[in-house]
Design a protein around this ligand. Structure first.
Ligand code: FAD
Length: 463
């Protein structure tokens, strides 16, 4: 088979690159995706926090993916699901495997958009037994959000990047007790707003400068020993502490998924394993481009989409024979750590400090309150929404719930409340949601439960 442009990976990077290539004149495009749906990792990221830069709205992962899927359908861009790319060569021959067997595709240009994978337990040196109950946070996320299984009842999470923080809240909402989130570094790797809304909201302790040093249990995990670490990140012997738990979630980093790229001769950054590209996101091999988490792990999907637009446009220009001036490969950027927010004093009056959860900027807000708890001044906010959030948080805290509902055939569908609900009602509403069974089919935006504290529970996914 011959194609002008083949895109490997149907996540946000792959879909956005396809749309950009189409809009720049390329029609013969094929997206290859090994999973059973488009959308990539977004389909299991049912929480909100996506799309503020790109669409000026706060969307859930599946809603963000749907914006691009709709476009792919509208433009008639072809894609093949359940299709695994096994190999690519420097002369752009792609070998794929699917239910039809093994197939070769000759492409004029290729865009690599395979995303990233999680670092596994094997990359950590933890002593002890090897019982069941230890998962990477992303695997646990898939179990809970896509399959409807809760991996355990009492959990410890190692690593405070965004996936670990989000899973701490998700496990709590589904009825598990998260006993601690341990972080080796003196700061969290996650967004400050996620520390606020995922840990502080549910009184989950974040233990900085801590790690798991031993695993206990024979068949099933029974507990972990944690310890404080010194400035060289070595465990301090007399700080060891046993925590009983049946689940350990590991959220210890992501690595770009680059086995295919490596074998084709694409240059990778030896530290990050990301693909090295030029400004147009072309790799060292002419006609092979890369974007999204395969190039470098991005914090926000909005930036993935933006980068993929560049790759799509450049691939279109390459196919159309536009000659570029010169190729200068970019240096890999280093990630700047987030500053963990200060703990705020939970007083009714006087001063209060809060991390704003309205957007990823996570502004540190200072609020002055009267003796009766009314808000006098708010400072530290970079937008009006921050001031409103501060006032609401001090007087009538509100949250949007994002979760899943079980469908009549046993599958899970992602849902959210279509407006905020009182924060102290979140767990009550979760109980109601968990008793509901949904009739299929479901389309994004369908009201599945109405009149929940003035809000409706709506679908954020098609099923
Ligand atoms: C738990 C979690 C929480 C997050 N929270 C936020 C958030 O709140 N806000 C935000 O903006 N961003 C968030 N992100 C980041 C965002 O989801 C990612 O940046 C984005 O999904 C990356 O897009 P991608 O297309 O590069 O990769 P992916 O979404 O991983 O897509 C890659 C696709 O390639 C496919 N693929 C891989 N190899 C092959 C192969 N050999 N053959 C065929 N197909 C292949 C995969 O199946 C996958 O579908 C979060 C990420 C995670 C994991």
């Amino acid at each position: 088979m011959k194609k002008d442009l083949v895109i490997i990976g149907g996540g946000p990077a792959g879909m956005s690159a396809a749309v950009a290539a189409y809009e720049n004149g390329i029609r013969d495009i094929l997206i290859l995706e090994r999973d059973e749906h488009l959308g990539g990792i977004l389909q299991q990221c049912i929480h909100n926090g996506f799309g503020l830069h790109k669409f000026g709205e706060e969307l859930t992962g599946p809603e963000y993916a749907w914006r691009y899927e709709k476009k792919i359908h509208e433009l008639g861009i072809s894609y093949q699901l359940n299709t695994m790319v096994l190999e690519i060569t420097a002369d752009k021959v792609i070998t794929v495997s699917n239910e039809d067997g093994i197939l070769q595709i000759h492409a004029k240009a290729i865009i690599l958009a395979m995303g990233c994978r999680e670092r596994a337990k094997g990359s950590l040196n933890i002593a002890g037994t090897r019982p069941a109950g230890i998962y990477s946070a992303g695997t646990a996320q898939k179990y809970v959000n896509s399959k409807g299984y809760l991996p355990g009842k009492e959990a410890v999470i190692l690593g405070s990047g965004d996936i670990g923080l989000i899973m701490a809240r998700r496990m709590t909402l589904e009825g598990a007790k998260v006993k601690a989130v341990c972080e080796l570094m003196p700061y969290s790797g996650g967004l400050a707003r996620n520390i606020q809304q995922c840990l502080v909201d549910y009184d989950i302790p974040l233990l900085l400068n801590h790690t798991v040093v031993e695993i206990h249990g024979r068949d099933r995990l029974t507990g972990v020993t944690i310890a404080k670490v010194d400035e060289n990140r070595k465990p301090i012997e007399d700080s060891k502490q046993y925590i009983s738990c049946d689940t350990l979630l590991l959220s210890v980093g992501l690595i770009p998924e680059n086995e295919l790229s490596k074998r084709a001769g694409v240059i990778l950054d030896p530290v990050t394993n990301g693909v090295v590209v030029d400004e147009g996101r072309e790799t060292n091999i002419e006609g092979i481009f890369a974007c999204g988490n395969v190039r470098k792990v991005h914090e926000l999907v909005d930036f993935v989409s933006q980068e993929a637009e560049i790759a799509g446009k450049s691939a279109a220009a390459y196919i159309q024979g536009v000659v570029k001036k010169e190729k200068v490969l970019l240096k890999t950027e280093k990630k700047v750590p987030n500053i963990t927010p200060k703990k705020f004093t939970n007083t009714k009056h006087g001063k209060r400090e809060l991390t704003c959860i309205v957007c990823p900027k996570s502004c540190m807000l200072e609020i002055e309150l009267t003796n009766t708890g009314e808000v006098l001044t708010v400072s530290g906010n970079k937008c009006k929404r921050g001031a409103k959030y501060a006032t609401d948080e001090c007087t009538n805290p509100q949250r949007t719930i994002t979760t899943t509902l079980r469908c009549e055939d046993g599958r899970m569908v992602a849902v959210k409340t279509d407006s905020t609900i009182p924060k102290d009602k979140v767990l009550e509403i979760m109980e109601l949601i968990n008793q509901t069974v949904v009739t299929l089919p479901v389309r994004v935006g369908d009201v599945l439960i109405s009149g929940v504290f003035g809000s409706n529970v709506v679908a954020t996914q098609n099923l």
